[in-house]
Write a protein that binds this ligand. Structure first.
Ligand SMILES: O=C(O)CCC(=O)C(=O)O
Ligand SMILES: [Fe+2]
Length: 278
């Protein structure tokens, strides 16, 4: 038996987990208990978990292959761990509701984020449950959305104006853009393990609903972006240094509140690849 303690912190999603050392190798029971908790609570929070990039990558790799981000800087000796440091990168693109890397044909199943340096106050992160959002829609709208597909576009969150300011950055951005052409995903995604249905569009990357006219798509997406992020479907996390968040990126979106600058904030993320959404 694993000795995890799971304390829900909101009704739609989010639970705090104690009784495990994330920096150490997990045994099978611990791994499975964490996976079960993730399926149920969608985002897990662990307190007081100082962790090296190597340990973070090892923890994340319990749940799948890791992704190397095309744009964000990474830890040189552990490139699967990216660095979000306000002293290095304009991280403002995370202050928009988004699901990570949905510009990939197989977006992340999850991500593990570690808080390294925090402002005295501010810099919270919010997660929203796409399952709660979908279930709250009326049946007719659920039926309309099921079967539709949407385009997810890398350049919505990584526009050339912000990521191509020097010739070297421009070359990196251009390569990333060519390697990540727009992709289509279902508007309503079925969780590959739990079978639960989730709204799978987000402002960060979703540019249009393919089967609708331009103005229909624009209006419906505007509604869905607002609906998906209603307070009822959200958990807000107030970070302490050495906290770790682990979210199910298949059924959630998140928003990093950009209210603390010019204070510095440093986070590190390991991103776990998932399967092709259906
Ligand atoms: O900095 C944060 O709190 C979250 C940033 C983010 O969007 C991510 O790590 O995927
Ligand atoms: Fe993100």
């Amino acid at each position: 038996m694993s000795s995890l303690t799971i304390t829900p912190i909101s009704l739609a999603l989010g639970a705090q987990i104690s009784g495990v050392d994330v920096s150490a190798p997990l045994n099978l029971e611990q791994r499975d208990a964490i996976e079960q908790a993730l399926l149920k609570h969608q985002v897990l929070f662990f307190r007081d978990q100082p962790i090296t990039p190597q340990q973070q990558a090892r923890f994340a790799a319990n749940f799948g292959d890791l992704h190397i981000h095309p744009i964000y800087p990474n830890v040189p000796e552990q490139p699967e761990v990216l660095i979000l440091d306000t002293a290095v990168t304009d991280v403002g693109d995370n202050a928009i509701w988004h699901t990570d890397v949905t510009f990939l044909p197989n977006p992340a199943m999850g991500a593990v984020l570690s808080a390294k340096l925090l402002p005295a106050v501010g810099g919270d992160t919010l997660w929203a449950s796409g399952i709660a959002a979908f279930e709250a829609l009326s049946k007719p709208l659920q039926n309309l959305l099921t079967g539709l597909t949407a385009t997810h576009d890398f350049t919505r969150s990584f526009p050339v104006e912000r990521y191509g300011t020097t010739p070297a950055d421009l070359a990196r951005w251009e390569e990333a853009r060519q390697k990540n052409p727009p992709v289509s995903h279902p508007v309503v995604r079925t969780h590959p393990v739990s079978g639960r249905k989730s709204l799978f569009v987000s402002e960060g990357f979703t540019s249009r609903i393919n089967e609708l006219s331009g103005s229909e798509s624009e209006t419906l997406l505007k509604f869905l972006f607002a609906h998906a992020t209603r307070p009822e479907f959200i958990v807000r996390w107030r970070w302490q240094a050495n906290d770790i968040a682990f979210w199910d990126n298949r059924v959630t979106q998140h928003y990093a509140v950009d209210d603390y600058r010019p204070q510095r904030r440093v986070m590190q993320r390991a991103t776990i690849l998932g399967d092709v959404p259906f």
